[in-house]
Design a protein around this ligand. Structure first.
Ligand SMILES: [Zn+2]
Length: 158
């Protein structure tokens, strides 16, 4: 009996020791060679990571208060871990980037922040309708600024 097996993925005939052992598999070996297994595992992990992340972020969008409460609770229970994670340059850069994006797109959390700062309304008692109104206001403000800028420019040019 030859000590080789053909991998079902890459189709290459390889010696037995290129296949990981599996109790259920044909001949006690996996049907894919170690290399292919590693690749599919990596792919699977990347895909499921994407999936998990998008699920988590959509949950966060739907449950902002719950998310904030969760983060707060975790922070209180793990102050050292929190400091280690958040007091780094990379984390600061990430925060700055997220903030810039939120500001640019007028995401709820940015609008909420504006309301909190200006009107001093506690975050968890801001109704969605108020967020929408504030967003409109911010948009108008930006538009006015743009128009003003354009007007000034044309004045300078003439
Ligand atoms: Zn293979």
């Amino acid at each position: 009996m030859s000590e080789t097996k053909t991998c079902t993925k890459c189709g290459v005939c390889k010696p037995f020791d290129a296949f990981a052992k599996q109790k259920k598999g044909c001949g006690g070996l996996r049907s894919q060679c170690r290399e292919c297994c590693a690749i599919s595992q990596k792919e699977w992990r990347a895909n499921s990571k994407d999936h998990c992340n998008s699920y988590a972020s959509s949950w966060r969008e739907r449950n902002p208060q719950k998310h904030v409460a969760q983060v707060k609770r975790w922070r209180e229970q793990n102050p050292e871990k929190y400091r280690a994670q958040h007091h780094t340059e990379a984390a600061a850069a990430r925060r700055a980037k997220a903030h810039a994006a939120a500001k640019d797109q007028l995401l709820d959390r940015y609008v909420r922040m504006c309301l909190k700062g200006r009107a001093k309304i506690p975050s968890d008692s801001i109704p969605t309708s108020l967020i929408d109104l504030k967003r409109e206001q911010l948009l108008l403000h930006r538009l006015a600024k743009t128009l003003q800028g354009a007007a000034n420019q044309s004045k300078e040019n003439t």
